[in-house]
Design a protein around this ligand. Sequence first.
Ligand code: NAD
Ligand code: 6OD
Length: 491
Amino acid sequence: MLLEVVCMHQIQNYVNGVFVDGVTLFDDVNPVDGSIVGQVHEADALLVDQAVQAARNALNGPWGASTVRERCDLMRRVANRIEERFDDLVAAEVADTGKPEKHAREVDVARGIANFRSFAETVAATGQVSFMTELGNGGSALNYAVDKPLGVVAVVVPWNLPLLLLTWKVAPALACGNAVVVKPSEETPGSATLLAEIMQEAGVPAGVYNVVHGFGQGSAGEFLTSHPEIDGVTFTGSTATGSGIMRAVAPRVRPVSFELGGKNAALVFADADLDLTIDGLSRSVFANTGQVCLCTERVYVERPVFDEVVERLAAHAQDLVLGRPGAAGTTTGPLISLAHREKVLGYYRMAEDSGAKVVVGGGIPAVADDLTGGSWIEPTVWTGLTNLDRVMRDEIFGPVASVVPFDSEDEAVRLANDTDYGLAASTWTTDLSRGHRVAQRMNVGMSWVNTWFLRDLRSPFGGMGLSGIGREGGQRSLDFYTESTNVCVKL
Ligand code: NAD
Ligand code: 6OD
């Protein structure tokens, strides 16, 4: 009998500039068809500790004495190297998430490059503040602040936009002179590991960028965030996990930056340009199979255009093409996993139990035989729900929106703000005064008018309420990734 030896793709940890095995292995699953992408080496507590020590040693070595100019040049080299390895990163992102290749190219990997370039520019252009203090006796004092790196930063990120969200944090952290230990999602270990190769190739010193793989509780995530020698945690993920991380860092009072979940609203006024609105609104509901923290799950529509918006949004949902990431015409991938599909389907059932009318979708689609092992789900539109229903309050994180009518601007604002979350909102109107007015009344971190997910990386990004703590982006990122010492000199 011929024995076939299958060599699985191995996804290792990266500690102190070296790729290392973990103590146990778990499968990296492709959600398109359930096939195995590779085997991931899970880090135990000892390896996580070695990664934290490697980061500390890097800070105590030449990296700790590096200049702003050296670091910003290095970040630009990393960006250039990502550009050279663009296709490899697209392949890793697509294999792990099943998202359309076009999305991986135009959003995930493109933003990986932009994140390094943007933060190199921001850090290079940032100076110190100083104040000349006038004293009562005619004397004076000079106050100036000196910024220092925060130190060893734990970076914990989710699976929906893996490289985008990772580099959004790693780029400013390194440009500010920190050393990082990254814990990517167990669902998407590929791009963070490839980025380690890129860091090596670009000349990032050993210990400055470390990657540990694994899960949350009882695994690398918990070992990292509860490690006594980390100096701060920057986390993107669910509100429940954020709450657990707060408890983990509480004994040593470490700073946290949290970008958490959302239950985002869109407000469509009767005067909106409906072609532009349906296009933007559909993107905001269905992009990345609804797995973007900024995605719209509640759509409030002024009554005169309610029926038309429902009909056109549903038509758009029906036109989406579910398919393999690289197939021509594919617009929509699967959910990240069968477990996540179970959660989303639970909300589909709950909506029907609450009396929702399912305008389109509502279940598992029929797919080709070779895709039946994947986590496919139908893009869905509901009407007939109110803010009292649980599906209108919980974050679902799938390709689904509930459309509800309103009769006045005040009512629309009240309905949109009636949530425990506070991440994002979008207002659709041709009345720009109303656009400004309503956008400013939204209790969210990001309020868009006639667009959605249009980003300027210098602007503040984050959420209120259950959606997070703090802001990152431009100067706000620098505030988190640095500590300041104010020097006061009596003259
Ligand atoms: P998650 O919270 O389950 O996991 C995120 C990361 O935390 C993963 O790496 C996971 O392994 C790790 N983790 C889990 N438990 C942990 C623990 N006890 N200690 C330390 N680490 C732990 O989130 P997810 O399912 O990967 O991502 C989806 C969620 O992320 C959604 O709620 C979404 O809204 C949110 N999200 C928010 C933003 C934002 O910018 N606000 C962006 C993307 C995703
Ligand atoms: O655009 C960004 O910088 C960002 N943090 C996006 C988050 C998307 C959430 O899924």
